[in-house]
Design a protein around this ligand. Structure first.
Ligand code: ADP
Length: 598
């Protein structure tokens, strides 16, 4: 189906870093332009203080030191002090403003990215590991948050500093100034090559970071399996290989980044050397004063830091570009399962579900091979069949978690593709074996954020779902934390919480995937009675593993290899002596003592 459309490779693109920055500016940064303008103005003030500072060295040497003018000492000293105070104040203010803008930008991006990802088809989440997606939302947005800060600091403070220092230098001697910058053209070619290199290494590093997050996610989720299979060393080995790659790429990337400021050092050194040879002679000959030379030399020395920083901007640019590429690749993906154009269906009270000729495959593997099925209004239809027959996939088809390649599903005669997704899914309550609980209290896990449920109704659901049976014995009752993924509760308890949720949801259709795990006879009876109460009066489809459910079902649909092979009532199917009779005999043999008493 849409797996190729959702694959990140399909939409991969590699636009220029400038185009990416412009897009970032347009989408996230430009709304903060007022604050950025303030920051830029502050930077201009801060940057120009350097020019003034170097210029002040001329009166300091020529008037104070050489001419011995003590009153000049006061105003020269006072001015220099004032310059430093201005630098301090503007420096702090800029930092606060830019940090705020950077944070607002990256968090807005994170929120948008998450919102967009949640619209993508479930196949996207089957092909992209959760760890790598977490890294994308957190890591990639972090890598771009500072880029505008760097650009604005560069343009505001450093460029202005350079301009003001150049003006001072030119005012002293044009020849000296030209000598000082003679090496700069030498920087152009290496700079282009280095930028490409940094971007490539950053890309590789981001990729390794995603692998690292995936490793960690898998290890922490599978910790019991890892311990039981003695896989600690194996997993550590895999982790180490990933982090080794990160170290290698990070070092190379940083080396690439440092190279440009390094080259600037060399070029500046050349400039100093040239100016000393040229200027030294003129001073010795008495054509220029020591103050002029000191002022020029200071301007050059002060230009050094901004120049190095500007050299670094290119690196930051490339690092951000590599992450932006990742981010915009995700934004370029679009879900193939989208809301239908039709109106909602909230008034449906006892809907009939019809599946016709549904085919579904993962790649070449046929999972549903032309399924026809009717789930009659208000009745319980049991789906039975060996594992891998396609029962869960059929469930996912009904709620449009996956889309059939051909065939269709109607509810109450309406094609589900015509309905808004939220309305469609609002018709269903789904209770599966692996009910997903969140690391919140049992109460919150049942309410799922709803605030409109009166306490009495909650209590009734808690009783009917037999949650009360275990929760009331806990010291904190419903306020007990369920633990990460509900790990503080047993499988049967989690399922009861899920049933309570479904009771509160009170939807006309119920999809049940019964627990196969060996529950003890009492828990099984408790859950069965909770499920019976839940399914009463609703159109219920149940993936049945238990004999009791199957016997009681209004209709039984037997699936095998992605097809419906038999359907009917228990007794008829048993007499038919087909797949159902075979499955039944197998289960009956296994559960004979219990089954016999049921
Ligand atoms: P059942 O619920 O009857 O046990 P499922 O609907 O879960 O069967 O699975 C039907 C088939 O689809 C199985 O053979 C399974 O291996 C395959 N399948 C399920 N999910 C995927 C997936 N994400 N990618 C490829 N094959 C899958």
């Amino acid at each position: 189906m849409s797996s190729s459309a959702s694959s990140p490779k399909a939409a991969a693109f590699s636009p220029s870093s400038r185009a990416l920055m412009m897009r970032l500016w347009h989408d996230y940064v430009s709304t903060h332009w007022r604050w950025l303008l303030v920051a830029t103005l502050l930077m201009i003030v801060e940057g120009s203080t350097l020019g003034v500072l170097s210029w002040m060295l001329q009166p300091m040497f020529d008037r104070v030191f050489v001419a011995g003018n003590t009153s000049a000492m006061w105003w020269v000293g006072g001015t220099i002090f004032a310059l430093f105070v201005i630098r301090a104040v503007t420096g702090v203010a800029e930092k606060v403003i830019l940090t705020r803008v950077a944070q607002l930008t990256s968090t807005a991006m994170q929120t948008d990215l998450l919102a967009h990802m949640m619209t993508l088809d479930s196949t996207y989440f089957q092909t992209n590991a959760p760890g790598s997606l977490i890294e994308r939302v957190q890591g990639d947005t972090l890598a771009v948050q500072n880029v505008w800060q760097v650009i604005i600091s560069g343009l505001g403070r450093d460029v202005v500093a350079l301009i003001s220092l150049t003006v001072v230098a030119l005012s002293i001697d044009v020849g000296w100034t030209l000598t000082a910058v003679i090496g700069i053209p030498l920087l152009i070619l290496p700079s282009v090559t280095l930028q490409r290199y940094v971007r490539r290494k950053t890309r590789e590093m981001r990729f390794s970071s995603m692998s690292r997050a995936t490793r960690l996610d898998e290890i922490f989720h599978g910790i019991n399996a890892i311990k039981l299979n003695g896989m600690e060393a194996y997993q550590l080995g895999r982790f180490r290989r990933v982090v080794d790659r990160i170290v290698r790429n990070q070092v190379r990337k940083e080396a690439g980044r440092a190279m440009l400021p390094g080259l600037i050092d060399v070029v500046t050194g050349l400039g100093f050397f040239g100016v000393l040879i040229l200027g030294g002679r003129e001073i010795i000959a008495g054509d220029k004063s020591v103050g002029q030379f000191m002022s020029f030399f200071t301007a050059m020395a002060l230009a050094f830091q901004p120049l190095r920083r500007l050299g670094g901007v290119a690196g930051v640019f490339q690092i951000a570009a590599a992450s932006l590429e990742n981010i915009y690749t995700v934004f370029a993906l679009h879900p193939s399962i989208v809301s239908g154009p039709g109106a909602g269906v909230r008034d449906v009270s006892r809907p009939e579900i019809v599946v016709e000729g549904a085919r579904f495959a993962y790649g070449d593997a046929n999972v549903l091979d032309g399924v026809d099925l009717v789930a009659r209004a208000g009745e319980t239809t049991a789906l039975v069949g060996p594992s891998g027959a396609g029962k869960s996939t059929l469930f996912n088809l009904l709620t449009r978690l996956v889309e059939p390649q051909s065939g269709w599903v109607t509810i109450d005669g309406r094609d589900i593709r015509d309905m808004p997704l939220a309305d469609l899914r609002g018709l269903f309550s789904v209770v599966t074996q692996d009910a997903l609980l969140f690391d919140e209290t049992i109460r919150e896990n049942i309410l799922l954020g709803r605030t409109d449920i009166p306490e009495a109704r909650l209590r009734a659901a808690v009783e009917d779902a037999h949650v009360a049976d275990f929760a009331d014995d806990l010291p904190l009752g419903l306020e007990t934390l369920a633990g990460p993924r509900g790990s503080n509760l047993s499988g049967g308890q989690r399922q009861r919480v899920a049933i309570a949720r479904a009771l509160l949801r009170d939807t006309p259709i119920l999809l049940l995937d019964e627990a196969t795990s060996a529950l003890d006879a009492r828990s099984e009876a408790v859950i069965q009675s909770a499920l019976d109460r839940l399914s009463a009066g609703r159109t219920t489809l149940v993936i049945a593993h238990r004999l009791a459910t199957v016997r009681g079902a209004d209709r039984i649909v037997v699936m095998r290899g992605g097809r419906v092979v038999e359907e009917g009532r228990h007794d008829d199917l048993l007499q038919g002596d087909g797949t159902y009779a075979e499955l039944y005999r197998l289960q009956f043999a296994e559960t004979a003592p219990d089954g016999g008493s049921e």
